[in-house]
Ligand binder design. Structure first.
Ligand code: HEM
Ligand SMILES: *[C@@H]1O[C@H](CO)[C@@H](O)[C@H](O)[C@H]1NC(C)=O
Ligand SMILES: *[C@@H]1O[C@H](CO)[C@@H](O)[C@H](O)[C@H]1NC(C)=O
Ligand SMILES: CC(=O)N[C@H]1CO[C@H](CO)[C@@H](O)[C@@H]1O
Length: 498
């Protein structure tokens, strides 16, 4: 321990010398966007607490919608208004469509041979096209409709039992388990359970990846510290990478050995099919399959269900909105049967509830980091090559200049206007926008709408432990997916007639 601290200080001291020399000779600070003053070496890193999206929102109020900071040696641009976001994600989309080097995704994501963290270039373009055409197309999404209906059905049945017993349930844990079940079935064709990662749970391991990947890793900002690995993150990543690799290898082997004829091809089947047919126009082998599997797992497992969890939380605090949504569902579907995915078109109130919930609680409040591939001038500010771009949609969602009464949950604010959430309107971009926007948008929205409609249609909800709706703790835990800090403990009452 002592030696590692010693090392840390020695390194920092050395770095300080290099930094001062470097800034003496090379940096021109003119025409950079405004921003808070930083300390030598660490720059502004010390200004980020546990909830960086909130810290950055506060700073942007003072310094403006295009703000300059330094995280260690890395120049960072924080974008906090719709107009500015449009500049970075649309006007100059191509310049900012890369991703920064991220140590975690290097080790876990097969040397960034993945999609979410791949640099902008032909490799990323090919992989993204493959995912969109082969895995996330409407046709493919529809082929899993039956599976989703079944899985949500299992959840509803167990909630019905709890309602019958008058028991309270941990809804957060249940819908998170639903997310794992649906992702596993879609990607691997079967559910993976708690002992499938050796002695550790499947979910536990994935959540560790999400968590470790979101910790600011000093190695990403100070190359020298990366080599020394003072935080132990590299070691942790390498260990995780090994666990995943063994798991994915086993899954692929299982698929290759199985001669069973499947009705619905899962993602592994589809990708092994591409390798066998030799149809891909670019290099595509087992390593790529594993990288894409990881991407799809991380992209799908927690995102949609976290959005549902936030929406239910807001509905619990706003009984009038819940009743209005239940009325809409009753008019369209009645109380004699459950909601089907084919009922989802034209449920206007459901859609505005989801928009309002995503405005206040974006699942990815800072999107994923972007990186510039060359120097670029935006609004008269010079943005140098290899700057990291952070789009703070949490700040945009709560900006009083855009949204009257921004902290209140008012779904009606979206009624009768066409503010959409698919990346056309920069006031609301929970899935990002442009080249790097979420390729899983259609799937994600389908799941959010279906699960939310089902839960609100089948049950009345009240908070357990005599908690008043106004007292519900809404704190967040920042991560690649930002979810509730406290689990939702609720009591369901079944309200359908069958
Ligand atoms: C409610 C659900 C979801 C939300 C809110 C969401 C949101 C996002 C956001 C904000 C980004 C980053 C955009 C940027 O950096 O500009 C992203 C990227 C991505 N998402 Fe999603 N997502 C959801 C569901 C899904 C699903 C279901 C999948 C796949 C099965 C998926 C796969 C991906 C991938 C692969 C990327 C990286 C794309 C790239 O770098 O080119 N997402 N998502
Ligand atoms: C997920 O699947 C397992 C195994 O079938 C099941 O026991 C569990 O209840 C499912 N979770 C939910 C929330 O439906
Ligand atoms: C559900 O809540 C509504 C409004 O609070 C109430 O009118 C209705 O009777 C409740 N249904 C059940 C089954 O408790
Ligand atoms: C291109 C890219 O985004 N990153 C890496 C992906 O994998 C290739 C080859 O495996 C590497 O060369 C890239 O650096």
């Amino acid at each position: 321990m002592m030696t590692s601290i010693l090392w840390l200080w020695t390194t920092l001291a050395l770095a300080a010398v290099c930094y001062s020399l470097h800034s003496l000779f090379f940096t021109k600070r003119e025409r950079l966007p405004p921003g808070p003053k930083g300390l030598p070496i660490i720059g502004n890193l010390h200004m980020l607490g546990k909830n960086p999206h909130q810290d950055l929102a506060k700073l942007a109020k003072k310094h403006g919608p295009i703000m300059y900071m330094q995280f260690g040696f890395v120049p960072v641009i924080i974008v906090s208004s719709p107009e500015a976001a449009e500049k970075f994600l649309k006007t100059y989309d191509q310049v900012f469509a890369s991703r920064p080097y991220h140590e975690g995704s290097w080790y876990v994501g097969y040397e960034q041979r993945n999609l979410s963290f791949a640099e902008y270039g032909p490799y990323w373009r090919n992989m993204r096209k493959l995912c969109i055409l082969q895995l996330l197309s409407s046709h493919k999404i529809n082929s899993f409709q039956y599976m989703r209906t079944q899985e949500v059905g299992i959840l509803v049945e167990s909630l019905k039992q709890a309602a019958f017993d008058g028991a309270s349930v941990d809804l957060s844990a249940l819908i998170s388990s639903l997310g794992v079940n649906m992702s596993c079935l879609m990607i691997f064709g079967k559910k993976y359970m708690d002992n499938d990662f050796g002695d550790r749970g499947f979910k536990e391991v994935i959540q560790e990846v999400l968590h470790v990947a979101a910790i600011p890793n000093l190695g990403d900002y100070f190359p020298l510290l990366g080599v020394l690995d003072v935080q132990g993150i590299t070691r942790q990543f390498k260990a995780l990478a090994k666990v995943f690799d063994t798991f994915f290898e086993k899954i692929i082997d299982d698929h290759l050995q199985s001669s069973e004829h499947k009705q619905t091809k899962d993602f592994v089947d589809i990708m092994m099919g591409i390798i066998e047919s030799g149809a891909s126009e670019f290099e595509f082998d087992r390593r790529h399959v594993k990288a894409v599997l990881l991407d799809m797992l991380i992209g799908s497992m927690d995102t949609s269900v976290t959005a549902v969890e936030w929406a239910i939380s807001e509905l619990l605090r706003h009984p009038e909105a819940t009743r209005k949504l239940q009325k809409e569902l009753e008019e369209k579907i009645g109380l004699e049967r459950i909601v089907e995915e084919s009922d989802l078109e034209g449920l206007e109130y459901l859609d505005v509830v989801i928009k309002e919930s995503m405005r206040l609680h974006p699942v990815a409040p800072l999107l994923l980091p972007h990186e510039s591939i060359k120097d670029c001038t935006v609004d008269g500010f010079q943005i140098q090559k290899k700057s990291r771009i952070i789009i703070n949609i949490y700040a945009i969602g709560r900006d009083p200049n855009i949204w009257p009464d921004p902290e209140s949950f008012i779904p009606e604010r979206f009624s009768g206007n066409n503010i959409d959430l698919r990346g056309q309107d920069f006031r609301l971009i929970p899935f990002g926008s442009g080249r790097r926007s979420c390729p899983g948008l259609q799937l994600g929205l389908t799941v959010v709408r279906f699960v939310l409609a089902q839960l609100v249609h089948c049950f009345n909800w009240s908070l357990a432990d005599n908690t008043e709706p106004t007292d519900l703790d809404m704190s967040e835990v920042f991560g690649l997916v930002t979810s509730r800090a406290k689990h939702l403990n609720v009591i369901p009452t079944y309200r359908l007639h069958k």
